[in-house]
Design a protein around this ligand. Structure first.
Ligand code: 4AD
Ligand code: MG
Length: 448
């Protein structure tokens, strides 16, 4: 048969009444004896192809009867619009061709599989309807991020992946050998974006970042994607405005373009529709008060003999559960600002009104999805920064270039990092980040 021009399932609406050829894989099949109903998956969508012996001939009809799940197939037929459901089409099959059978039974059947099994077969699992929907939402989130920053005059400045310096503490570094020199996989492009902010005013980087997290949680990956904007002459308030606008833009875009995928994921979209400006902004101390009020309630309800419920220790960073308690009070992301400087990174600027606090912000997503953004204003005083590097026991020589930014025209500036996978988990309503990235890297997973 002559090769027909490629028609994809999402183009069917423009071809009603015409005969088209589709190539893809057999997603599902049922048969009534007289008719085969084949669901053909082509990467864009899934369409039902109806086939009768009279139309395709005895041989093709018998071949279709034996075809296994995920065999590559080609189907030619007439496009018909569903009589009742708008946007739904069907193919009245005229010819059927098996392009490539499967080597055996396809490992992922419609029955239930454990997550470990599915993660081991991630290269195949990506073909399934749910995973397909998640990846398409991810794609749209990434595109929205780029459109947002590009539309606001930011210059994309790529940060290196192999770096000589730590950015987010020394305990989560992946170390490599760089021609006999120690190098690390980047934890964050921020330090480079500070250089970029002085060169371009508004800059962002968007790439993979790495953390050798020893923790196995539903929020941590060893390799994740982060967008990091950095702006010259912007303070913490401006940073929070920017974070708020970024998240609103992303959520709006997904609601505009990915309703069918959100439906596949059974996402309660009313929760996303509530994500509107302004987001609540609360001080760290206020967040601690929320935690302690919740703990006091728990204490009252506790049965005698249960372990004592202590107050949240002021000065600590919040854990995942704490973040859930804080964010559950709001229907939209909450911005917690001015954490104690001691629990935050070396580069954070101190609050002039209270030097124990840093001018930083964490944005906690609603519904218990935790921190999706971390950022703040950077220390711009050379002497203060030099002492912070010393206090954090960081190798001074590796930071000389960074200190130059304070030596040559230092300037107030701020920025943040938005984690793509945590955002995808939240927007899709997924319990774990492992399904938000095509091929997850975690404590116990390096393959496929
Ligand atoms: O809060 P983090 O560590 O901030 C930074 O790296 C700053 N240097 C960013 C900046 O100001 N330019 O990370 C930022 C975000 C988190 O809020 C979270 O969304 C995500 O990155 N993130 C992770 N996502 C998945 N797995 C991990 N292990 C993550 N660690 C951070
Ligand atoms: Mg953080």
């Amino acid at each position: 048969m002559k090769d027909a021009p490629a028609i994809a399932t999402h183009d069917l609406g423009a071809h009603v009444g015409q005969t088209v050829t589709l190539r893809g894989w057999l997603y599902n099949k049922r048969s009534s004896g007289k008719l085969h109903f084949i669901e053909l998956r082509d990467g864009f969508g899934i369409v039902q192809c109806v086939m009768s012996k009279g139309d395709v001939g005895e041989e093709a009809f018998a071949a279709a009867d034996k075809v296994t799940q995920e065999s590559a197939v080609e189907i030619t037929g007439e496009v018909k619009a569903h009589p009742k459901r708008a946007g739904v089409f069907e193919i009245a099959t005229k010819s059927f061709r098996l392009l490539a059978p499967t080597a055996g039974e396809y490992p992922i059947s419609p029955k239930e599989h454990g997550t470990d099994f599915l993660m081991d077969h991630r290269h195949l699992w990506l073909r399934s309807r749910r995973q397909h929907a998640i990846m398409r939402v991810r794609h749209t989130i990434i595109q929205a991020i780029r459109d947002f920053f590009d539309g606001r005059g930011f210059t994309l400045v790529d940060a290196p992946i192999l770096t000589p310096n730590a950015c987010e503490g020394t305990s989560t570094l992946f170390e490599t050998d760089y021609h006999g020199e120690k190098a690390y996989l980047t934890q964050s492009g921020q330090l480079y974006m500070e250089a970029a902010a002085a060169a371009f005013g508004k800059a962002y980087c968007f790439g993979p970042t790495f953390r050798a997290e020893k923790s196995k949680t539903r929020r941590h990956l060893a390799e994740f994607w982060m967008v990091e904007p950095e702006v010259a002459f912007m303070d913490l308030e401006g940073d929070m405005d920017l974070a708020e606008d970024t998240l609103c833009f992303i959520v709006e875009r997904v609601l505009e373009r990915r309703r069918p995928e959100l439906a596949v994921l059974e996402r309660d979209v009313s929760k996303l529709e509530a994500v509107k400006k302004p987001f609540p902004r609360i001080h760290y101390d206020e967040a601690v008060a929320i935690l302690n009020a919740a703990r006091a309630e728990k204490r009252k309800a506790a049965a005698p003999g249960e372990p004592e419920i202590l107050d949240f220790p002021w000065g600590d960073d919040f854990g995942g559960e704490d973040e859930t308690v804080i964010s559950s009070r709001y229907d939209r992301p909450v911005m917690v600002h001015r954490y104690p400087a001691e629990v935050k990174a070396f580069y954070m600027k101190r609050d002039p009104g209270n030097t124990r606090a840093a001018l930083c912000v964490d944005v906690l997503a609603p519904e218990g999805y935790g921190e999706v953004i971390g950022g703040g204003q950077r220390e711009d005083d050379l002497g203060v920064l030099e002492r912070a590097i010393e206090h954090h026991k960081l190798p001074r020589a590796a930071f000389e270039w960074y200190l130059d930014l304070r030596r040559y025209g230092t300037f107030p500036h701020a920025g943040f990092g938005l984690g793509v996978e945590r955002s995808v988990a939240w927007i899709c309503g997924l319990p774990h980040v492992r399904e938000t990235i095509p091929f997850a890297r975690m404590l116990n997973r390096l393959s496929p």
